[in-house]
Design a protein around this ligand. Structure first.
Ligand SMILES: *Cc1c(COP(=O)(O)O)cnc(C)c1O
Length: 252
């Protein structure tokens, strides 16, 4: 193992990043949307900090992770690699896209720019306290960006809140000074056409926006379905495999 992604890996990541950006631009054009209206989050879960640093050097500003235990150390290592290498690369913004346990809220508040998976009042409460402490301690300078995860299949095991419970959760997030309600997030169910699922999501979002007009973010779309998500209004796609290649089975 080397501390830096070698030239071959960096070239591979550059190719993956360029291809993902091209797909996003194509989907925006097809939907009649501005090319800058969709943020790309490169999901680096199960890949080493050296890959994250290589992506940041290639201009990726937003990186995503799905496990707190893996992400915290990786964000630190990535920052160290970038500052050791010198040069202009700013540290990336880290997005927690996977499920977050309440007892990891305090740790996540140290590194996460955004949490995309808030789906319960208890988790929102834990994050409000955790981010307030982190702000007080100078461990972060900005409020946490919060996406509420909507369940599109009604299966609580896969995370997400039902559309009926969104408003109460949104009100609680909006009441916390240490957080900013960014919008909604969803994962298309495995057993359904993404187009049908994302069309339903667009309907939920339209109703949500009437009550929370400033929370216009929509985090939807992954390697396999980002075009469909963008056609249905996504402002933020979370792309792993299409940039990084197949995920290693074992965590590095
Ligand atoms: C892993 C993950 C992704 C990226 O998935 P790919 O299919 O590899 O693009 C996106 N969103 C969440 C919540 C994930 O856990």
């Amino acid at each position: 193992m080397t501390a830096q992604a070698g030239g071959d890996r960096a070239a591979e990541l550059a190719g993956g990043l360029a291809a993902a950006r091209e797909r996003i631009a194509g989907a925006c054009a097809a939907a009649g949307r501005a090319p800058g209206s969709v943020t790309l989050i490169a999901v680096t879960k199960r890949f080493p900090a050296s890959d994250a640093a290589a992506l940041a050097r290639l201009g990726a500003e937003d990186l995503g992770e799905s496990r707190e235990q893996e992400a915290g150390p990786k964000a630190e290592d990535c920052a160290r690699l970038l500052s050791a290498a010198g040069g202009p690369s700013a540290p990336p913004r880290w997005h927690m896209v996977g499920r977050l346990q309440r007892n990891k809220a305090r740790a996540a508040a140290r590194w996460a720019h955004a949490v995309h998976s808030v789906d319960s009042l208890r988790l929102a409460h834990a994050l409000a306290r955790a981010t307030a402490s982190a702000l007080d301690a100078g461990e972060r300078t900005a409020p946490l960006e919060v996406y509420l995860q909507v369940s599109l299949d009604g299966d609580p095991a896969r995370g997400g809140v039902s559309a009926a419970d969104l408003d109460e959760l949104a009100d609680q997030v909006e009441a916390a000074e240490s957080m900013r309600l960014a919008g909604l997030m969803a994962v298309a169910p495995r057993q359904e056409e993404p187009d049908a699922a994302f069309a339903r999501l667009a309907g939920v979002r339209a109703a949500f926006l009437r009550r929370h007009p400033q929370a216009g973010g929509l985090s939807a779309g992954m390697s396999g379905d980002l075009e469909s998500a963008i056609a249905h209004g996504s402002t933020c796609v979370r792309v792993g495999t299409a940039i990084m290649g197949a995920r290693p089975i074992v965590s590095p």
